[in-house]
Write a protein that binds this ligand. Structure first.
Ligand SMILES: *Cc1c(COP(=O)(O)O)cnc(C)c1O
Length: 371
């Protein structure tokens, strides 16, 4: 009989590809008492009540709702997204969370013989996808103030991907700069990951409208952050119909039904409750401004955020400015933020915008730690 320890089984049966992978590590979902969870950029508010109503209504007809396969192209949901942005149905793709949409994008557009350009500090899933799909990434340094200089991307490449606002910095790249990238790289797909764009409070922050003008642009968005539906798993991409067709071809060669019937109903209902969405986004923007100002007053160096989190460097007077130790001390009190033990950002904490009460609890805890 062959040996059966996990290591032996892995050595014998895993493909070399799987052995070489380093998976993405999501922010923890701790089970602490009295938890103040400011670590994964979830929305601090509940989703629109219409979401649950729509799901319950769909279930009322459960003989059909759950027995039948879902709409495999999610037509109604995609049409609502198209209407929202003044696009056509064939310019919209949806997937099981934007992470899945991003994975399809890497497969469809980035498997090229040139490296894909991405900011050195950015969403940590991109290097994981690159690894998974054997794509070379060229990481481009940020400026000293953590902003992106698009002139640094002026080189031959197999594509460009960046989060805007960037994660974990929260800094927004101006739409004019995105147009520069699109014009300079007409033979490469430029992907703008707008997971946090609904929290931007400047005009024309989103690149979605540019989809009508540039055939090499893909804009990715999600219901997870601004619509408070991280658990529903719905993400989307907007692009020229030919690029959408590529994504659809791939989807239908992998999993034809990525969005289940209940998720389609819930996501659609969320889009229909415009007033709720707008109000909640404005509330979070106001809470961000307040938290940024008060952290600054406590001596933090807070980067200018257009997202639902802030990236902030603690002052020397607070535990010698040691972000790792502050992270640990907060966690002991049930306040969980995000710390990245990585070059250039290990002096910073990423703090999700919470409710007014949560933000107050954080600020009080920091003030106590500084004493
Ligand atoms: C949260 C996040 C995503 C993933 O969102 P899902 O739709 O929940 O998969 C994608 N990109 C960035 C930059 C994010 O922060």
């Amino acid at each position: 009989m062959t040996s059966t320890t996990p290591t032996d089984i892995n050595n014998r049966l895993w493909s070399q590809h799987i052995k070489n992978l380093t998976p993405y590590v999501p922010g923890e979902q701790p089970k602490l008492a009295n938890l103040c969870k400011l670590n994964t950029n979830e929305n601090p508010f509940a989703p629109s009540p219409r979401v649950a109503e729509a799901i319950v209504a769909a279930l009322a007809n459960q003989a059909d709702t759950l027995r039948r396969y879902p709409s495999f192209e999610s037509d109604e949901l995609r049409q609502a997204l198209a209407d929202l942005h003044g696009l056509d149905l064939n310019q919209v793709f949806v997937g099981n969370g934007s992470d899945e949409v991003l994975a399809h994008i890497f497969t469809c557009f980035f498997v090229k013989d040139r490296p894909v350009l991405t900011p050195e500090i950015g969403y940590s899933f991109y290097p994981v996808y690159a690894d998974t799909f054997h794509i070379e990434l060229a990481k481009i340094a940020l400026k000293a103030d953590f902003s992106i200089d698009v002139d640094d991307y002026r080189r031959p490449c197999g594509g460009i991907i960046l989060a805007n606002p960037n994660a974990p910095t929260g800094i927004l790249l101006a739409r004019g700069d995105i147009e520069k990238l699109l014009k300079e790289h007409t033979n490469a797909v430029v992907v703008i990951d707008e997971a946090y764009i609904d929290f931007a409070d400047v005009a024309h922050a989103s690149a979605v409208e540019l989809v009508k003008q540039y055939d090499n642009l893909v804009v990715v968005q999600t219901f997870s952050k601004s619509r408070a539906l991280a658990g529903l798993r719905v993400g989307m991409a907007f692009a020229n119909p030919s690029l959408i067709e590529a994504l659809t071809r791939y989807k239908n060669s992998f999993n034809s039904y990525p969005i289940d019937t209940l998720a389609q109903a819930g996501a659609l209902a969320s889009l229909q409750d415009v007033a709720y969405f707008t109000t909640r986004c404005h509330e979070i923007i106001a809470l961000r401004q307040d938290l940024s100002a008060r952290l600054t007053a406590q001596g933090f160096d807070v980067l200018p955020s257009q997202a639902n989190f802030v990236f902030a460097k603690p002052p020397v007077g607070l535990m010698n400015g040691n972000a790792a130790q502050i992270f640990a001390a907060l966690r002991e009190q049930g306040i969980v933020v995000r710390y990245f033990n990585q070059p250039k950002i290990r002096d910073y904490l990423r703090i999700t915008i919470g409710t007014a009460e949560q933000n107050q609890r954080l600020l009080d805890a920091l003030a106590a730690l500084a004493e």
